[in-house]
Design a protein around this ligand. Structure first.
Ligand code: ZN
Length: 215
């Protein structure tokens, strides 16, 4: 089955917590759909003089638009108010209407990064309130069985995409050569070979469905 063919979205917004999340969790999809108009925003690390220019380089490689915010990303990971995150998302997004919005799962991707979960929750809220709009909202669908292994695509997610070898390699090269993560880093070892997503249509109640799908 040609999953790529079923991908009928033109304008897509990707909202992530950190520069590299776009590549780890959805980079293959971006590379496989270059004709789409991608907007990618990262909520953290805008003033990180190392990561920020790398992110902009990656955007260029993807042919995407995007920008970054400066949400606190210190190791303590003190909780940030939902309001603050929502405000930042609305500030960073150049517009509110897309065909598809892709972000972190409110349940996160692995054990455990608070900013990912907070980002997923804030985007869900804005989308349910129609403060940002799209025909569908997708969450990254990965798990690590409480750190038993590096995060992997959830096999029974709504959409699972097996990446062709060359696409995976491009993604791996972005992680190791553009972002310069060492080959034995969490990021390099994680770089998923399959990408998976939970998919919601406008009007669907996210909370209940997510609970159901993760049983
Ligand atoms: Zn991250």
């Amino acid at each position: 089955m040609n999953l790529n063919k079923e991908f009928d979205f033109k304008e897509i917004a990707v909202i992530v917590a950190h520069p590299d999340d776009e590549t780890l969790w959805v980079g293959g999809m971006i590379l496989m759909n270059p004709e789409c108009k991608w907007t990618i925003i990262s909520l953290c690390r805008g003033n990180d003089t190392d990561r920020s220019p790398k992110f902009l380089k990656v955007l260029k490689f993807y042919g995407a638009n995007g920008t970054m915010g400066n949400l606190d990303d210190s190791p303590e990971q003190n909780p940030i108010s939902k309001k603050k995150i929502e405000k930042l998302i609305l500030f960073l997004l150049p517009k509110i209407n897309y065909d598809l919005i892709i972000t972190h799962s409110p349940a996160g991707e692995y054990t455990r990064h608070k900013r990912h979960e907070e980002t997923g929750k804030a985007v869900s809220f804005l989308w349910e309130q129609k403060k940002i709009k799209s025909r569908q909202l997708w969450f990254f669908a990965y798990e690590d069985d409480s750190k038993s292994y590096y995060p992997q695509a959830i096999k029974n997610a709504d959409r699972v995409i097996e990446l062709p070898e060359n696409i995976w390699l491009k993604k791996y090269n972005i992680i190791t050569k553009t972002y310069r993560f060492l080959t034995n880093s969490f990021e390099a070892l994680t770089t998923p070979k399959n990408e998976a997503f939970w998919c919601f249509r406008q009007g669907e109640k996210i909370k209940a469905m997510l609970k159901e799908s993760q049983k």
